[in-house]
Write a protein that binds this ligand. Structure first.
Ligand SMILES: Cc1cc2nc3c(=O)[nH]c(=O)nc-3n(C[C@H](O)[C@H](O)[C@H](O)COP(=O)(O)O)c2cc1C
Length: 387
């Protein structure tokens, strides 16, 4: 392939190299995928103000997220099943992030376990938890994250029940993949993926299988998942979980100003404006559209981060200019991982960094910490008038 210059290039390679069920798992949203699509297309509606004759020497994209130094305000979002996109995928992604100087957040639903990632990395990473009913299991998860030196916990609030992605049902998504005629035919064209996968033992949900009561094999996992998520979750329970962890907490999945106020009141270190990359409530607005009202409500009370739809450094800059202190990428790095393993994640980060840095310069700014709303032209009706 010719030079890789965009996340879209990595996405094409990801599609060619990874079994269809895992590529589809990443590249889909719930139901009609309207929110999934608008997460990206809404970024395109925001324009930059080009400035000239401004000194652009000594630029920096370095800043902090929850007080931790980052080389650019972009973390790797928690993504389930990453170790199925490429063998030991979570370890590869965490290593790429650590070398680049950005946070890596491990999902509860990862293939490599907390301990696996800790053993293969040097710097602390973040750990994402879903809100589960089982207190014992939650406590043990937190203990394991503490023992692994995790420097923050991300509590995901927008997945008490799961949004439906049609493709996953049609493809019979499972980890490891079940051998059906269709999956075998597909795997036959993806043999380098298969060979790598045969060389690792990490092919199941490493944080759960063998750790949750009654889940000793992958077959028992499906029923555990259906039972385990706390449908009765409320803010009191969120406060309990924050206390149980006792360290820095980021609350993820906030799309509404009232919820943002509540999260700020509870003393979260940051909130993530996120609709789970369009994988949960289809028909809700894009996260970039939800950002201004949330900034207005809590911008001076809590650090605000954003994800969903970021595919370039320009998108990162738009989110930062609209007030976010940090952003996360999900699919953009998963595309890199599926395309070329650890090198691909590094490539995704390099692409995003270059786009961010160059765009910032052409907007007349040298320091990401001095970027503000002035660099943008946002349509007057961007947020929409909703009754
Ligand atoms: C394949 C996939 C799996 C995901 N798994 C999780 C997860 O386990 N926990 C979580 O909090 N969010 C999960 N997310 C949501 C991401 O953390 C993030 O919110 C989303 O990917 C951001 O949108 P983007 O992919 O457009 O960047 C997942 C997203 C994708 C694409």
């Amino acid at each position: 392939m010719a030079a890789i210059t965009t996340i879209e290039d990595l996405k094409r390679m990801h599609k060619r190299r990874t079994p269809k069920m895992f590529y589809d798992y990443a590249e889909s949203g719930s139901w009609t995928e309207q929110t999934f699509r608008e997460n990206t297309s809404d970024f395109d509606k925001i324009k930059f103000r080009q400035r000239v004759a401004v000194d652009m020497t000594n630029r920096t994209t370095a800043t902090t997220m929850i007080g931790q130094e980052v080389s650019m305000p972009v973390a790797l979002a928690p993504v389930g099943l990453t170790g199925m996109q490429s063998a030991d995928g979570e370890i590869k992604a965490a290593r790429a992030a650590e070398k680049f100087g950005v946070p890596f957040c491990l999902s509860t639903m990862s293939i490599c376990s907390i301990e696996d990632v800790a053993a293969k990395t040097e710097k602390p990473f973040w750990f994402q938890v879903y809100t589960l009913k089982d207190d014992d299991f939650m406590k043990r998860l937190f203990d394991r994250a503490r023992a692994a030196g995790c420097s923050a916990v991300v509590i995901t609030l927008d997945l008490q029940i799961m949004g439906q992605r049609h493709k996953d049902l049609k493809n019979g998504l499972s980890a490891p993949p079940k051998f059906t005629l269709a999956s075998m035919a597909d795997l036959a064209t993806k043999w380098p993926w298969g060979i790598e996968m045969l060389q690792t033992k990490r092919r199941f949900f490493g944080n759960i299988v063998g750790h949750a009561k009654g889940v000793s094999n992958p077959a028992s996992l499906a029923s555990w998942t259906a039972e385990a998520f706390d449908h009765a979750l409320d803010w009191e329970r969120v406060a309990e979980l924050m206390k149980m962890w006792g360290g820095p907490v980021i609350l993820k999945g906030i799309m509404d100003a009232d919820d943002a106020r509540k999260a700020a009141e509870l003393g979260a270190d940051a909130i993530v404006v996120s609709n789970h990359g369009g994988r949960q409530l289809d028909g809700t607005v894009s996260s970039i559209r939800a950002l201004p009202a949330i900034m207005e409500a809590v911008g001076d009370k809590v650090e605000v981060h954003l994800d969903s739809g970021i595919r370039s450094g320009q998108d990162v800059l738009k989110a930062i200019a609209m007030g976010a202190k940090g952003t996360y990428i999900g699919r953009a790095y998963v595309n890199g991982l599926g395309a070329m393993g650890q090198k691909g994640v590094t490539k995704a980060l390099e692409i995003i960094h270059k786009e961010l840095d160059t765009t910032m310069a052409l907007c007349g700014r040298r320091d990401i910490n001095n970027v503000d709303r002035d660099i943008l032209m946002v349509p007057e009706d961007f947020e929409g008038r909703w009754a």
